[in-house]
Ligand binder design. Structure first.
Ligand SMILES: Cc1cc2nc3c(=O)[nH]c(=O)nc-3n(C[C@H](O)[C@H](O)[C@H](O)COP(=O)(O)OP(=O)(O)OC[C@H]3O[C@@H](n4cnc5c(N)ncnc54)[C@H](O)[C@@H]3O)c2cc1C
Length: 488
């Protein structure tokens, strides 16, 4: 059997693997990279997404460093009017295909094994991959490192395994089925039941309302409500710098005054920086989702919200929650939005990113996963050893709840502080399109833009808040570690 050779074998050609490779080939022009991925096309879970999915953050700081999205302009209509464009799922897929086909493969330094599964690596560093359709095995000698770009274990409705039973006569669908309803007018249900409280469920609710479904035809099972970032404070570029800094100052002030993570969110809500759908319900979840005030207004129109925990069985006419039941109109269409996009409690492969002959890509600035991967490639090339690299970018775990969020915030702030004080990294940030603020501030400084005054005293505000960030952050870390510890 032929043994191929490569410097870096990247398992996963999703957003994270691609962002890492894109940065690596810029920083180390001599290296060779091989991708292995089970999907038929680059882009990972975006291949499996529902057709009306879109980024919830601006396209302007998503993807890879070297390539912008086709449109990063300001939206002029819809719920996102006045804010930077959000690429649709189709655009995201086309973008990643372009990254692979027009940038990485033509470099002559990248090999891509699609429809192939990584099976492991032996002691001599030789990896085995197997074609998922062909069944053929290929061996690859990894000269430098194996790069695990599968840490997030993204799970979406079309591929996940349901954790509840569905009776034969109950109607169940996934979000991707909804746009096809027009093909069978006789099958359009009178009632819809959305299962799940996360961003996918919110996308489905907005889609139904925009499709003209009256809110009283919609029932919504929300096991937990969520805090949501107000998108107008998460915008890149000169015009939005003042709002971004205002929001960051509000975060610091909230940390100084609060006694818990939960209180941080209550304080941020008072300034409009955090949003929730139901003002009478305290959210128990925070997954960094970003939303506009317009979408919140639409979601509030749905008032038949069922809060009885997680569904265990879907029957025709009733939902079961363990021993409890809830009546639902017969013939209702249930939409499964219960996949956990990112399993926030999964700590399986957590630890430092650099581990000798392996790199495990993780967030180092939560929740910016593609930024984190691109920076990690820069560290791999420009810093001499794993201890230094790990010191420069410690994982900032994606936390699950308002109570544990201060841990991620603390890690973000500490990492940012380290980067600002490391000239090579500061210079890289100033030109990285994946950093929402770095290039903006660099451009404004070069142009002596008077709007930079918004940053006045910001560094001092960070220093003043740091003791309280650490106070809440360490308490949150203990909670987070308790939630994510592997079962013994
Ligand atoms: C609907 C949705 C919207 C989102 N929106 C945003 C957003 O706006 N902004 C944001 O920052 N994040 C967003 N996210 C988070 C998202 O997880 C990341 O943006 C990113 O796409 C994750 O990429 P990934 O490469 O880590 O994972 P994936 O996309 O899951 O890619 C991992 C790849 O690894 C492959 N793989 C796994 N195991 C193996 C193996 N053994 N052998 C071979 N291949 C393997 C898989 O086939 C897959 O292609 C969103 C997530 C979802 C679900």
């Amino acid at each position: 059997m032929t043994i191929h050779e490569t410097d870096y074998l990247i398992v996963g050609a999703g957003a994270v693997g691609l962002a890492f490779a894109d940065s690596l080939i810029d920083e180390d022009p001599g290296c060779h990279i091989t991708f292995v991925d089970k999907h038929a096309k680059p882009g990972g879970h975006w291949n499996d997404a529902y057709s009306f999915v879109a980024l919830h953050q601006p396209s302007a700081f998503y993807g890879v460093n070297s390539m912008a999205f086709a449109s990063e302009a300001i939206d002029t209509h819809g719920a996102n009017a006045g804010l930077c464009a959000l690429a649709s799922g189709t655009e995201v897929l086309a973008y990643f295909e372009k990254v692979m086909n027009l940038r990485l493969l033509p470099s002559g330094r990248v090999a891509y094994h699609r429809l192939a599964e990584f099976k492991g690596r032996d002691e001599s560093g030789i990896a085995t991959i197997r074609g998922v359709i062909s069944g053929e095995e290929t061996r690859i000698a990894v000269r430098r490192k194996l790069v695990d770009a599968t840490f997030y274990q993204t799970s979406v409705p079309s591929t996940h395994t349901r954790a509840f039973a569905v009776d034969e006569d109950a109607r169940i669908a996934i979000p991707g089925d909804l746009p096809d309803l027009w093909k069978r007018p006789d099958a359009i249900p009178q009632s819809f039941v959305i299962l799940g409280g996360g961003k996918t469920a919110m996308d489905v609710a907005v889609w139904l309302i925009e499709a003209g479904v009256a809110p009283d035809r919609i029932h919504w099972v929300r096991p937990r409500d969520s805090w949501l970032n107000n998108r107008k404070y998460l915008q890149p570029g000169e015009d939005f710098l003042a709002a971004t800094v205002e929001s960051q100052r509000a975060h610091l002030e909230a940390f100084r005054a609060a006694q818990s993570g939960e209180e941080v969110f209550e304080r941020l809500e008072q300034g409009g920086y955090m949003l929730r759908i139901d003002p009478d319900v305290t959210p128990q979840m925070y997954h960094y989702a970003v939303i506009s005030e317009g979408e919140i207004a639409m979601l509030r129109r749905i008032t038949q919200v069922i809060r009885k925990g997680r569904v265990t069985r879907v029957a025709n006419g009733a939902l079961h929650f363990g021993d409890a039941t809830h009546p639902i109109p017969e013939g209702a269409l249930h939409i499964d939005c219960t996949a956990r996009a990112v399993p926030f409690a999964a700590a399986e492969n957590a630890g430092p990113q650099f581990r000798g002959d392996t790199i495990v890509l993780q967030p180092v600035l939560a929740p910016l996963v593609t930024f984190s991967a691109a920076l990690t490639a820069f560290l791999e090339v420009h810093f001499p050893d794993d201890a230094t690299r790990n010191q420069l970018a410690r994982p900032a775990d994606l936390t699950d709840t308002p109570a544990t969020f201060p841990y991620a915030f603390m890690m973000n702030l500490m990492n940012r502080g380290t980067w600002t004080q490391t000239p090579e990294i500061a210079a890289w940030l100033a030109k990285s399109r994946l950093d929402p603020t770095g290039p903006t501030i660099a451009r404004m400084s070069a142009a002596r833009d008077p709007r930079l005054a918004a940053l006045g005293g910001f560094r001092e505000a960070v220093m003043a808040a740091m003791p309280d960030v650490i106070r809440l952050g360490m308490a949150a870390k203990a909670l987070h570690d308790g939630q994510t510890a592997p079962a013994s």
